[in-house]
Design a protein around this ligand. Structure first.
Ligand SMILES: Nc1ncnc2c1ncn2[C@@H]1O[C@H](COP(=O)(O)OP(=O)(O)O)[C@@H](O)[C@H]1O
Ligand SMILES: [Mg+2]
Length: 380
């Protein structure tokens, strides 16, 4: 698929912008702070309903404005679809598909699919598990948008279970407060087990693409592996770490078992200590964890490998290419990695690239170029 047009109104630094787009490579060039990332962030937001830079919506709305609007025309197999998203911080966002207003913005998911690679992705390798969980869940949703609902349900149930644990902590009649805990256990174990199962299946499908992508990016090394580190107690966590995918029912009952074993600690801390929100996707190079061991270049290759693997997985799954976004990454890569990356993405249906220095983008990636200056976008 590809974007044929992107329109921004009061999004980030843009009062308004109209950007016509074509298949192939499009490069946005401009000095730092001119609004290049803001543009691709808008496209990414339409696809994922999230930003790769902020967790809240408020910074996405131009300072002084009430709401931001992002519109796009998407082409998939010769068919055009128009979509629109109104971002209203503090109030519900609104989505529109064609002429029809949507009940909830979530119904937009799937209309545009993107894979973005940005400097922030180095955190996938170097930082906390939260970013890696997000990588997995975002890819689940890009593959099958219905997972956004399950993900949302899980967070809601988790919040309520945590609230109950917290109120039990201080209550004199602790046992009475905890009487309703089994209900939340049941909900959380059910949704949580499905989520874990889906992540494991996803990782199984992703692994071969990751090995290939890492090998290509790094120029020969082919030892990139992932391991799911489950917060479950008992043998099942070990089974999962060995790369096996248990039945959903097994995961569900292991969650119940873990709740039972952990109850004292959970009440003590007022927190749910078991479940997909406590799990990690461990990245390894050969026998060593990437985090803490990989060199800077290896870390970049791993993060890039994960994203390119996600791209290839979606390409095979969806029977169309997601829009590939490369935000300010060529400057971070050495000449060899640049060239190899350019070769790998040459046949993608649409690639949106941002760069402060045009010369950092390999010459073979020819296509449309726009200059971005102070929030204005001009074709070059
Ligand atoms: N909500 C906002 N309102 C107004 N300006 C914003 C907003 N969010 C970001 N900006 C401005 O956008 C600029 C950064 O744009 P960005 O696209 O990240 O730059 P770059 O071209 O380096 O990628 C900064 O000058 C920042 O102040
Ligand atoms: Mg930028």
């Amino acid at each position: 698929m590809h974007l044929r047009h992107l329109t921004l109104a009061d999004f980030r630094s843009y009062e308004s912008a109209e950007v016509p787009l074509a298949p192939g490579i499009t490069t946005f060039v401009g000095r730092n702070g001119q609004g290049k990332t803001n543009l691709v962030e808008a496209a990414y937001y339409l696809a994922t309903l999230g930003s790769h830079r902020v967790a809240q919506d408020a910074p996405l709305v131009r300072a002084g404005a009430e709401q931001a609007i992002v519109r796009a025309a998407v082409m998939r197999a010769e068919r055009e679809q128009r979509l629109e998203l109104e971002i209203n911080p503090g109030r519900a966002n609104r989505g529109r598909l064609g002429k029809a207003p949507l009940g909830r913005p979530r119904e937009l998911l799937g209309a545009v699919r993107t894979v973005m690679f940005a400097p922030e992705d180095l955190a996938l390798v170097k930082a906390d598990p939260a970013g890696r969980r997000r990588f997995l869940d975002e890819l689940l949703v890009a593959r099958q948008p219905r997972w956004a609902g399950a993900r949302g349900d899980y967070d809601k149930i988790l919040k309520q279970r945590n609230a109950l644990l917290k109120s039990a902590r201080g209550a004199p009649n602790r046992a009475a407060v905890l009487e309703s805990l089994p209900v939340w256990d049941t909900h959380l174990a059910q949704v949580g087990a499905n989520l874990i199962y889906a992540r494991l299946r996803l990782m199984q499908d992703l692994q071969p693409y990751l090995a290939t992508a890492y090998e290509e990016v790094s120029g020969g090394a082919s030892d990139a592996r992932t391991t799911y580190r489950s917060s479950l107690h008992g043998d099942l966590a070990q089974t999962i770490a060995c790369g096996e995918v248990p039945q959903v029912e097994e995961i569900e009952s292991a969650m119940h078992e873990s709740f039972a074993r952990q109850q004292a600690a959970e009440v003590d801390r007022g927190l749910t200590l078991v479940g997909p929100h406590r799990d990690d996707l461990e990245l390894r190079l050969g026998a060593l964890p990437a985090k803490g061991y990989a060199s800077h270049g290896e870390s970049w290759s791993f993060a890039l490998g994960l994203k390119l693997a996600a791209f290839t997985l979606l390409r095979h799954d969806l029977d169309t290419d997601p829009v590939l976004i490369l935000d300010d990454v060529f400057a971070e890569l050495d000449a060899g990695r640049r060239e190899r990356l350019a070769e790998m993405i040459g046949d993608a249906e649409q690639v949106l690239i941002t760069a402060a220095v045009g010369a950092d983008v390999p010459a073979q990636l020819t296509g449309a170029t726009f200059e971005v200056v102070k929030g204005a976008v001009h074709p070059r």
